[in-house]
Ligand binder design. Structure first.
Ligand SMILES: [Zn+2]
Length: 262
């Protein structure tokens, strides 16, 4: 699916309209009690990430509308990461989810070690919690499986994930957004510019357009909703998804990124 950044006001307006429309349709469906085709833990986690994407999408649209485009970029970065991880876990199933859980458990274990080194006290409860979620425990026999190692490499590194999903162009976008996620020159130059006479000029409003950001936000909301709708009895949001895609001049087939065939 085309995911190029387009600085196009008309398309951005359409994106915001369909993105918010899809969030509203999803909210209505959630209120009426959606029926999942399977109640396994993969679906449970995907459903949680879906709502995370809807709420984050809504927050990003609100920030962009209110002129906080710079502040919306870290949210968009998270949204893209969640959307792509959803597609990954959706297709890898339980073993993909195990890699996500194992990666988190490894991070927690390392963090606990750092807390101890830093002299933190009162860690008993946390220690107990993390011990119950030891990486080797949560993975069981999978832990020594080479395939598990490969999956871990994909969930722990976004560049690897984009390669696994054949979405390398999105790594570039992600990295570009990353420069607004850290203390880099771009977050300074968004608000302060020095002229030839060394005067420091502050641009309080920084009214950047936010058009590419709104378009990308809508795409992520659409893909996340597509993944869940396929796991619901009767694919209840299909009409809304297809309408949203058509409105954005995007194809209605191959909506979610696919695992690269090897
Ligand atoms: Zn593991």
């Amino acid at each position: 699916m085309t995911r190029q950044l387009r600085n196009d006001k008309e398309l951005a307006d359409r994106a915001e309209r369909v993105g918010r429309g899809l969030v509203a349709a999803a909210q209505t469906l959630i209120g009426s009690g959606p029926r999942y085709t399977d109640k396994d833990r993969v679906t449970h986690v995907l459903a949680g990430w879906w709502v995370y994407c809807l709420r984050t999408g809504e927050a990003a649209f609100n920030l962009i509308k209110d002129g906080f485009v710079v502040q919306a970029r870290p949210l968009l970065r998270l949204l893209i990461e969640h959307e792509l991880t959803m597609a990954f876990v959706d297709q890898c199933g339980e073993e993909g989810l195990k890699a996500v859980i194992c990666y988190g458990a490894r991070q927690n274990k390392a963090l606990l070690g750092k807390m101890k080194n830093a002299g933190w006290e009162g860690l008993d409860e946390l220690e107990e919690e993390y011990a119950a979620n030891d990486p080797a425990e949560v993975c069981g026999r999978e832990h020594t499986n080479p395939r598990h190692g490969t999956l871990l490499g994909s969930v722990g590194n976004f560049e690897n994930l984009t390669t696994a999903m054949d979405e390398q162009h999105r790594y570039v976008l992600y990295r570009d957004l990353s420069s607004y996620d850290h203390a880099r020159l771009r977050t300074a130059s968004a608000y302060a510019v020095q002229d030839e006479s060394s005067n420091i000029n502050i641009d309080w409003d920084n009214r950047e357009s936010g058009y590419p950001e709104a378009i990308q936000t809508a795409v992520a909301v659409i893909v996340a909703t597509h993944i869940i709708s396929c796991r619901l009895v009767g694919d209840p949001l299909r009409v809304d998804i297809e309408q949203a895609l058509t409105t954005l001049d995007l194809p209605t087939k191959d909506v979610a990124p696919r695992l690269r065939s090897r």
